[in-house]
Design a protein around this ligand. Structure first.
Ligand SMILES: [Zn+2]
Length: 235
């Protein structure tokens, strides 16, 4: 479950709700949904130029605030699977953030999954930088999750990703507003497992062959669609 931090920070410059309220809201969602998600992103602070312009703060403060928030949420809401998120803009800043986590008592190499923020709006001109960031973090032994990866990016990403997610998988279903032929459910395929699996098959076919072990994070019960895909790690 993503936290929507990019939208929150670029629009408002800061999180409008404090960690207690945020953690309570996430807890309520988990209670109502029942099946726990693989992870819940904390109130991380992205480091894109737009985010820094909105907050008026340097990368270092975005990074320290991100770690402080994770520690607080883990203390106050220990039953939530909070995801550590690495933030930065230049490649060295991500490595420095990993070191900051270690200094704060969090060994990212022991975490089942670690998010990498501030990557998905860089555009094609920064592909080599994104690759450098991912490779340098992976070489530290960190299992990486990348937020909001489109099928276009999946098709041209030359490095392995341990897991990715997509909010766009159901966009065409939402826009078309009608069900696929053969679907008996009412309304559109916005929350249709068959539609999601069709998207997943296409996404998998786009991944470069040496990385092609993507599988749904979870085949959810009750016909709900999976929310992302995960790739097996290279042996
Ligand atoms: Zn359907």
């Amino acid at each position: 479950m993503d936290s929507g931090s990019y939208t929150e920070i670029t629009r408002f410059g800061t999180w409008r709700c404090d960690p207690d309220l945020f953690g309570s809201r996430v807890t309520r969602v988990l209670d109502n949904v029942g099946t726990p998600p693989v992870f819940c992103a904390p109130q991380d602070i992205p480091c894109e130029p737009q985010a820094r312009a909105a907050s008026g703060l340097p990368v270092a403060e975005h990074q320290s605030d991100t770690i402080e928030n994770l520690i607080y949420l883990r203390e106050q809401f220990p039953f939530v699977p909070w995801l550590p998120v690495l933030q930065g803009w230049e490649p060295d800043q991500y490595l420095d953030h990993a070191f900051q986590y270690r200094c704060a008592g969090i060994d990212l190499t022991r975490e089942p999954l670690v998010g990498v923020g501030s990557l998905c709006r860089r555009g094609a001109g920064q592909t080599s930088t994104v690759v450098r960031i991912i490779r340098s973090l992976r070489d530290l032994g960190i299992t990486l999750h990348r937020f909001g990866v489109s099928q276009h990016v999946l098709a041209r990403c030359p490095v392995e990703l341990s897991s990715v997610d997509s909010l766009a998988w159901s966009r065409s279903a939402r826009w078309h507003g009608r069900a696929m032929p053969g679907c008996a459910h009412p309304g559109s395929c916005t929350n249709c497992a068959d539609f999601a699996l069709r998207w997943h098959r296409r996404a998998t076919s786009l991944v470069q062959p040496r990385h092609r072990s993507l599988r749904p994070l979870r085949q959810q019960r009750h016909g709900h669609a999976p929310s992302g895909v995960r790739a097996g790690r290279r042996q």
